[in-house]
Structures are given as C-alpha cells and as structure tokens.
Ligand binder design. Sequence first.
Ligand SMILES: [Zn+2]
Length: 643
Amino acid sequence: MFHRSGLILALVLVCGGAAHAQSPGPQPLAMPAAIPAPQDVAYPGVIRLEVDATDLERRIFNVRETISVAGPGPLTLLYPQWLPGNHGPYGQADKLAGLVIKAGGQRLAWTRDPVSVFAFHVDVPAGASALDLEFQFLSAVESSQGRVMMTPEMLNVQWNTVVLYPAGYFARQIPVAASVRLPDGWQFATSLDTASTNGAVSTFKATSLDTLVDSPMFAGRHFMKVDLTPGTSGPGNVSLNIVADRAALLEAKPEHIAAHRALVTQAAKLYGSRHYDRYNFLLALTDQLGGIGLEHHQSSENGTVPDYFTEWDKHAGVRDLLPHEYTHSWNGKFRRGADLWTPNFNVLMQDSLLWVYEGQTQYWGVVLAARSGLIKKQEALDSIAATAATFDVRVGRAWKALQDTTNDPLTIARRATAWRSWQRGEDYYQEGQLMWLEADTLIREKSGGKKSLDDFAKGFFGINNTSFVPVTYAFDDVVKALNNVQPHDWAAFLRERLDATNGKAPLDGLARGGYKLVYTDTPTDFFKAVETQQKSVNLTYSLGLTIGREARLTAVQWDGLAFQKGLTVGTQIVAVNGMAYEADRIKDAIKDAQKNATPIDLIVKKDDRFWSVRFDYRGGLRYPRLERVAKTPARLDQILAAR
Ligand SMILES: [Zn+2]
C-alpha cells in the first residue's frame, strides 16, 4: 500500500472541520494528490534502456530510455528510492541530472512531485506511443559525495540508478530491455542473460524491472572469472567474477580458490537447495571504487581490500563477506520479512525482522567462512570473541532494545555517531549473531546433538528448491519453524532477547558451546589483524577508547574511563607521560601503570584546546578471547567444522 499520512489528515480536516472551533494560527494545506499505488497488473508496454558507461574520466553514466505508453494523459515516473538490501530510502536522486523528456521529438515539461521528490509528473500528448528520456547518473567523484561507482579501472552499474519507471505497477510487471556500452576491452559480469554483443555494446534479454534491479554489473579493465562449480556449466553454476585496481591483484592461489569452491558446497549442504539459476559473485578488489556488500538472488556485489588474495593472511577479518552475501540468496532475498517486501522501489519498507534477515546471515557468514576454510577455526573463535566482547560492554542495551535497533537504517542511516556504544547502530547484525548462537547450542543441547540450527536453515530457507520467487514470513513463522526442529518456548526465547532493556548480552551460546569469554593482556591474531586493517589501536576494554589515524579517537565507550574524563570522538592524543604519542607508548604506559602503580598522563587536544588527563587505572591491557571450558561439550567446534 502506498501510504501518505498527510492525505488522511487533509480528509479529517475537510470532514470534521465544521464540528470544531479552529484554534488561532495557520492550518495545514491539503497534500498533493497521491502517487498511483502499484497494482499487480502487467504494464502495457516495455522500457528500453541504454546506458553508456564509457565516460571514465568524469565518471558519468549517460542514459537514454524509451518508455512505451498506452495513451495520452498524466503519467508519473519514479526514480527508485527504497532499495532492496539497503533496508531504507537510499536511492540517490541528487545524482540524477540533465533530465529531458520528449515525445515524437517534442520536448515535454516535467515537474517533480513536491512531496514524493523521487516522482516526476509529465503529460503524455495525444498520439504519442512512447516517451524518450535522456539523463545522466553522476557518480560521486569523491567519497564525501557518496559511493564512487566508476573509476578508470572498473565500474558498477546498479540499474536502479539509471532507470525511471512508470508509477502504478508492481516492479515484476514492468518489462525492461537493457543494454550497456562499456569502455573498449573491458569485461563484465552480471546475472542478466546476454542477448547479443556488438563491439563494446552488450544487450540483455528483456526481463522484469524487479529482476533487472536485482542484477547489477561489475565491469573492469582487469578482470578474472573463476568457475566455482566446475562441471556445472548450466543451472546451479556459481562463478567468482573479480575486477581489481591492478592486474597483479588477481593472483589468487589454488588454495584460495579451493576455499571459495568449498563455500558453495558447504552452503549446499546447509540449505539443501538453491534459489538461483546461475550465481555470480561480483568481487571488486579496490581502494578506489566505493566499498559494498549487497545481496541479490543470483549475484552479490562485494567490494573489499585490494590485497584480498595477495596478502591473504592479513585479511581473515573480511573473509566472511562472501559467505554473508551468498547466504542472503536464501535468507533475505528468497525468504524475506513480510513487512520488508515491497511491490516497487518507491513504497516504504519496514525492518522489524532484520534480526533474522541480517542477524542469522551474520551467524551463517562466520560459520560458513569457517566450514569452507576461508578462515581458520581459531580465526572464527577469535572473531566470535571480538563480537561477544563488543556486546558484553554495549551499554546502550540499558535503554534501547535489540528490536528497536531494526529502526536504525532509518534513524541513524549509517552516519558516524558520537556514542556508538550508547546509541547502538544496526546491532541486529552482530547481537543477532550471538542470539542465533544461543539458539543453535540450545537446539543441540535439548536434542542431545541430533538437531541443530542447520535443520532450521534447511527447513526455513531451503524450501522451493530452484525457485527465486520470494516467500515472505512473520515472527510466528520463525517460531513455528524453530519448533519443528526442536520444541521449546521459542516465542519467549526470542522476545526476551529482542525486547529486553536491562538484560545482559546474549552470551549463553558461548558456555553451551564449551567456551567462555575472557580478557587477557595480549590480543588474538584476529584482533591484531583487524586493528592493522583499520589502522586503529583498540583499548576499549582498558581505557574505554579506540585510537585511529593521527592519534584521533574514533570511539569512546559510554560510561568508560575515557568518557569519565570527558574525552570524545575526535579528541587527539598528543602525548603520553610527557612523550609524543605513539601506539606502543600508550600500551607501555598501561602496562607500567599496572606493574608500578603509576598514573597514565595524557595531553589531549580537541579543536584549539589542549589539556591534560590523568588515568589512575591499574587493570593493564585487556583483550577478549575465548577460552575452552574443560569437560564441557565443544558444541562450537562442531558448529564450525566442515560438513
Ligand atoms: Zn547482510
């Protein structure tokens, strides 16, 4: 339903106005007419879409579009706003420019709807059978403007950025025939079926707008395609399609490819099904193209570190990206929260079930990374320890329930925050992961090891093998599917964890898994690798702060020691015990303070102000890790082991 609250208000004023004396002051104007709500009927026409993606220097996508129309009269064209996988209204209407609409060669006036600013109104003249559109999508040229989607070496076509479509229809009812012109010599990957290739222009078979938007393209000068399912060239084929800033970055070793192949076989064992015809991992190894992890039914857009292959040992922390996005083909794209599924890209989404969509995907992302050998078992344990510790001290739980964090895509919208530990921010991902670890170990315990969350995955996500028609669900469906695996009061289990504002972190899965969270004075290799990758010094569990580039604080733990000293994000540490700041100096100072009972004196700076801060802290360096609890079942080891 396309809902417009203002319209309802206007009706109330008209109908009820006479019965009430009006108070002094202005009254609201009636809202403009509502945009036609999408109907599940076939659009009587087709869209032809031509994208020229060759302006690499200026990073401009030039678009020509022909929309056939049934007859004269008012028509509303929509630019996609509410994007699947974004869980919010993050279409980039600011970057659509140069829009000219013609019919039969005559330029038509258009007006943007003043309320639905992603909608354009135009009058189709008598006798016109189609509208001809021209416009540009202006990629950000710097990250301060948004995500950079084109570089001299690679580009990312997201069809929702380069299409306007008629209001009033489900996206699956609008056929689109798209083509793209790429720079000479470039190669590309997409899940669209190619109809023909003519030089640098590739034309794709007509498909629905729904499928088009769900089938983005990566293209690049340096490109490599790796078959992850050798021997399966038709349906069921999975491939890894890599673009990179430099050709040398494509040098994957056989064991790296083997781990990606194992991901496909482990996922098949887990879900017992697939919801794609052929699946394309789109992988960009780059620090130029904007980062991304975005799921689709038959592909995923993955942007990660340039040296993903060439410095393999340094990057365990990013290698759950592909397992995460692949899992979404089952959890998120195929099974989707009923309030999140929308008929087109300009209908509001609700995110109440993201603790399944993202939370359980986060869980399987790490588990499948371990089962496939993309990360070692110890790296998985260390990763879970880091997550458990983050939520062990996530004090925002005292006022903001996990359920309420599913609104963060709309309220926080991934902006930087001053107090992450208090404001929270999409915690349904990782706190959700911990909750599902609790559920998995509980099922294993109660069933005497006969059942596990694997059975839930197969029963809930694995239905309708080979179908990629989404099946939606509500809370009760999740409860029912859990009960089918192992009877328990799952409704209470979930609601307790989702609604608590005083509860402790959901860490029972560690104990039932055979481990406990401890803090020691040395970081795990995984923790160190993440620090190196983020160029940060993470002292959350001692001084309650994290130091980033230029000795600037990137996080301050709410109610922690640094908080109590009045430090905030952005404060710079200038000196430690009278010496210029270095990462090792502050760590040594913390160690000395513990050994010799000395204070830690910092000189700090924020804007133009300098001041000194003294910590009388004797707790030493503290880093999280998991410790095996002897003589308890090592269920976590079983969860992480390859099947
Ligand atoms: Zn996700």
